[in-house]
Design a binder for this molecule. Sequence first.
Ligand code: 4NP
Length: 152
Amino acid sequence: MVKVLFVCLGNICRSPMAEGLMRQYLVQENIQEVAVSSAATSTWEHGNPVHPGTKAILQREGIDTNQMFSTPVKASDFAEYDFIIGMDRQNVKDLKARAPHEYQDKIFLYLDAVEGHHNQDVPDPWYTGDFEETYRLLELGLDPWKIRFLNK
Ligand code: 4NP
């Protein structure tokens, strides 16, 4: 099993959206050997459900969010996961600061997989209010990330 962790600051807006969209995409593509989850670099929203803006978008796409609750990144996650994918450059910086040196290469920036968007952040709708923009950018990463997961 290839294990993937999407990470953002609160784990209520961007990373649960990425998790939900990728899980659905992998089902549609009939890929069973990749497992996805998500987590927060902060503890601020620990235990809270997804943001209503993310919930609305995922529900529209037919994805249930009722079992999704914010959880902080754990020290054991760096050994556990094969891909640890931050939504923005600050997430990547925070993850790299916490990861043991042997796991630094597991940490990626989401949009680095998307042609034309390298080194760009997935905007945080907690601040922008624009959940659709976040959704459009996350969609662009589904296929390129799938290919990377399968090439692991
Ligand atoms: P996320 O957005 O990192 O995409 O889940 C945020 C959610 C909560 C907060 C910041 C960003 N917060 O400050 O609580």
